[in-house]
Write a protein that binds this ligand. Structure first.
Ligand SMILES: *Cc1c(COP(=O)(O)O)cnc(C)c1O
Length: 357
């Protein structure tokens, strides 16, 4: 090791799902939407003044999108922070909200980026085990108890990933109220598939921050737009931190595309229904093949094969150019996380599973 290397910040990075370059693969590994975004999104990009969009810096305040989201959700008293995907929003939220000596707490089985941000920012953290059925136990987050878990903040993905399991709004409210002296981040990346958002809790709970993304239900993972909704004082603190790191992070074309997506409610709802129908069928087909499938409130299922080793099945599917996600780790290694694709893609998956088993 060179002397200069001793000063480098060393971290174990988050490992994103593979993005294969070939076209003829079935990609069920990163929870992307199998359908394209609304045709109005594509039209809005094409109709833009692309030469100017490229030449000029974008709006640092994303004001058109902020206005459009406030109106869409009917949250005039709240404020909206827009980031470069919700990974950026969450990263800025960790940096802004978690500045305590006490550990932040989140489940041991959840979005594996949370411990990575905690480590890179030097935030102490503690992982709280989910139960045998992979459910978050709200009692473990100080609900109905004395301060069992003193903490510097709470992060809950709801529905949780990669389990797909949902907490009710009432349970989220209990967690937010039991931890009213810290910020509670609720990552609602998949909430459009569950219908149970914590949005209505915002008016009475200024310590709640709700994080959303255009990447999944709005089929815009490539545009990199995410946002957070919270009280004006919380969002101001996040904007101050974000503006201290990088000012012009959201490209004009992505912002314009996002506004157009919000304006096409009918298309949005129809594609969610498509995914939910295919999900119902997928659960049945996997159960028929002996999988233990956790109850999903998302656009993916977390399913444990019982007639074959999960890692072997993952590899065999990969050989057949069907990509699903496999997580090593004691609690998750018996499962595969399978994104809901089109009906045709899922039929190809079932056929491949039959061939392998
Ligand atoms: C996909 C995902 C995100 C991040 O998505 P972006 O593309 O960065 O908006 C955040 N949280 C969870 C739980 C996710 O699954």
């Amino acid at each position: 090791m060179y002397k200069w290397e001793e000063n480098l910040r060393k971290v174990d990075p988050y490992v994103p799902g593979a993005q294969p370059k070939q076209k003829d693969v079935i990609k069920l590994n990163t929870n992307e939407n199998p359908y394209p975004p609304s045709p109005k999104v594509i039209a809005a990009i094409r109709e833009g003044d692309l030469e100017n969009d490229m030449r000029k810096y974008p709006d640092p305040n994303s004001s058109d999108l902020v206005r459009s989201l406030k109106e869409y959700y009917g949250i005039e008293d709240m404020d909206v922070f827009v980031g470069t995907g919700s990974d950026d929003v969450l990263s800025i939220a960790f940096l802004t909200c978690f500045n305590s000596d006490k550990p932040i707490i989140f489940p041991d089985v959840t979005y594996s980026f949370y411990p990575v941000w905690a480590r890179v920012y030097g935030i102490p953290y503690k992982e709280i085990p989910v139960d045998e059925g992979m459910r978050i136990r709200v009692e473990d987050y100080n609900v109905g108890a004395e301060m069992k878990e003193p903490n510097g903040g709470v992060v809950i993905a709801n529905p949780n990933a990669p389990t797909g399991i949902n907490l009710s709004r009432k349970e989220i409210r209990e967690i937010v109220e039991a931890n009213s002296d810290v910020v509670v981040i609720v990552d609602e990346a998949y909430v459009d598939y569950s219908g149970e958002s914590a949005l209505s809790l915002l008016v009475d709970h200024e310590n709640l921050l709700i994080v959303r993304t255009f990447s999944k239900s709005r089929a815009m993972a490539g545009a990199r737009i995410g946002f957070a909704i919270g009280s004006p004082r919380l969002i101001k603190a996040m904007n101050d931190v974000a503006q201290s790191v990088n000012s012009y992070t959201k490209p004009t074309t992505s912002l314009r595309a996002a506004v157009a997506s919000v304006e096409d409610e009918e298309y949005f709802r129809a594609r969610i229904d498509d995914v939910l129908k295919t999900r119902a069928r997928t659960v049945l087909e996997l159960k028929k093949r002996g999988f233990n499938v956790l109850p999903s409130s998302t656009n993916f299922v977390f399913a444990a094969p019982t007639r074959i080793d999960a890692k072997l099945l993952f590899e065999e599917l990969g050989d057949r150019k069907i990509y699903v996600r496999y997580f090593t780790g004691e609690r998750t290694s018996k499962y595969l996380r399978i994104t809901i694709g089109t009906d045709r893609e899922m039929d190809a998956l079932f056929a491949a599973i039959d061939e392998i088993m």
